[in-house]
Design a protein around this ligand. Structure first.
Ligand code: SF4
Length: 432
């Protein structure tokens, strides 16, 4: 979500005569697009911004801004925490940045732009996208689930869905621009709802009415995920076989404290259904270890469930308390070393599972969307030295390092997998 916002910010600024500097020391304006999910990320922003504020003593015209979740989360208190800061702008107002900057420059006063505005404005701005092949498309913002550890409901506000028409127009525009793949973005895409249409309606519409090659989406919430979605994923030819479904914990006690609104057996049932309906679907997840009160037994439940389910890959996080959240009221009673130990155990388990799954692809031919050239050396016994090195994704979202002929970026090619690691597949372009 933040990456997508940065693309919009770059579009708003470059479309209004601002240009970007490669070096911080050459910049007249320094803006941080921030995330509040992890405390560590915030600490880095405070540290770096403090350093730039000192530079203002020798360069008083330097303009400093904090954009995004931290701006919304702390509001005007940021001016007290960071005296010398010029702009705070919440994620919903980034389309106003040009006006905000002009106001600061003309009035020489700080400005706070954190009132909620209409989603429509933000997504109709021009963007400078990171990729020319694969694009993020926001379908909604905000979240009302209030998982007890999460700041998003406080930084992104209530759920608002974009209209089907707006989203469809954006996807058609991207197809015309040459994009091959889109990822529909939202904090909880399964609760997309606009004028009686739901997320499955949206998937069907994009699948049937556009020429985009691949459709992905993230993130799904288990409480809003059902067999209907799995059936639609399996039926719609452009929807990729990958579901990211955060589990967070395998302990029912911890899931309750997290306010996740499902149990471990309900989650397992969903996965069993998904595998029945759509066996080739890659399943990935998020796990938090060291949530307050997590005992060895709670952790063991998570470990055992992961061992049973065998996710294709997982993102594992150590719990970090965030103010304003419900979990902040609980004592952060799992020591750092315990969190680290549990984190490492799950990483080790996941690496073994991922490696096992990836090895099954060796000698198989798969479809790869080539995203970019890479400087990474790809060692293959086969193929001539004249072959180029590329990076791409399989339909089920596996990361592929590929050796192939010239000019493959943006193309879907057939590739033969020649080697597997826990996190990647090494492939060579196949000649049929
Ligand atoms: S679903 Fe839960 S974890 Fe995800 S954004 Fe909403 S509150 Fe945060």
């Amino acid at each position: 979500m933040n990456k997508r916002d940065t693309e919009i910010i770059k579009g708003v600024l470059s479309g209004n005569g601002f240009s970007f500097s490669d070096k911080e020391e050459d910049a007249d304006i320094i803006l941080f697009n921030t995330c509040s999910v992890r405390q560590h990320a915030e600490e880095r922003v405070f540290g770096k911004m403090g350093m730039f504020i000192k530079q203002k003593e020798s360069n008083p015209n330097l303009i400093l801004g904090v954009i995004g979740c931290m701006a919304k989360f702390y509001g005007k208190d940021l001016f007290k925490k960071l005296p010398g800061l010029d702009i705070i702008c919440s994620p919903g107002n980034i389309h106003n940045l040009k006006n905000d900057l002009e106001e600061v420059m003309s009035k020489k006063e700080s400005i706070s732009d954190i009132k909620d505005t209409i989603l429509y404005d933000k997504y109709n701005c021009l963007s400078i996208r990171d990729s020319k092949i694969s694009a993020w498309v926001s379908i909604m913002e905000g979240c009302e689930n209030f998982c007890s550890y999460c700041v998003v409901p406080y930084t992104r506000g209530k759920e608002i869905s974009r209209s089907l028409k707006d989203i469809l127009n954006e996807v058609k525009y991207l197809v015309n621009e040459g994009f091959k793949e889109i990822t529909l973005l939202g904090q909880n895409v399964n609760s997309y709802s606009c004028n009686g249409s739901n997320f499955i309606d949206l998937l069907k519409l994009i699948n049937d009415k556009t020429n985009i090659k691949r459709i992905r989406f993230t993130t799904s919430h288990p409480k809003d995920t059902s067999s209907k979605l799995f059936k639609a994923m399996s039926d719609l030819d452009k929807v990729c076989p990958h579901l990211h479904l955060p589990l967070q914990s395998g302990s029912d006690k911890i899931l309750k404290f997290m306010n996740r609104k499902y149990t471990s057996s309900k989650y397992k049932c969903l996965i069993d259904n998904l595998r029945k309906i759509y066996p080739e679907c890659n399943i990935t997840t998020d796990i938090i270890v060291g949530f307050p009160t997590e005992t060895d037994k709670d952790f063991r439940n998570t470990y055992d469930l992961m061992k049973q389910i065998k996710f294709d890959s997982s993102f594992i996080f150590k719990y970090s308390p965030r103010i304003k959240t419900k979990a902040f009221e609980l004592e952060d009673d799992v020591t750092n070393s315990k969190k680290k130990e549990r984190n490492n155990k799950l990483l080790e388990l996941q690496n073994d599972i991922s490696f096992c799954k990836n090895k099954k692809y060796v000698n198989k031919k798969i479809n790869v969307l080539v995203e970019a050239r890479t400087n990474k050396k790809i060692h293959t016994k086969q193929g001539s030295k004249s072959l180029k090195n590329y990076i791409g994704r399989s339909l089920d979202n596996r990361l592929i390092f590929l050796k192939g002929s010239k000019g493959l970026v943006g193309k879907e090619v057939e590739a033969k997998i020649i080697k597997a690691t826990p996190h990647t597949l090494i492939a060579i372009e196949s000649n049929g």
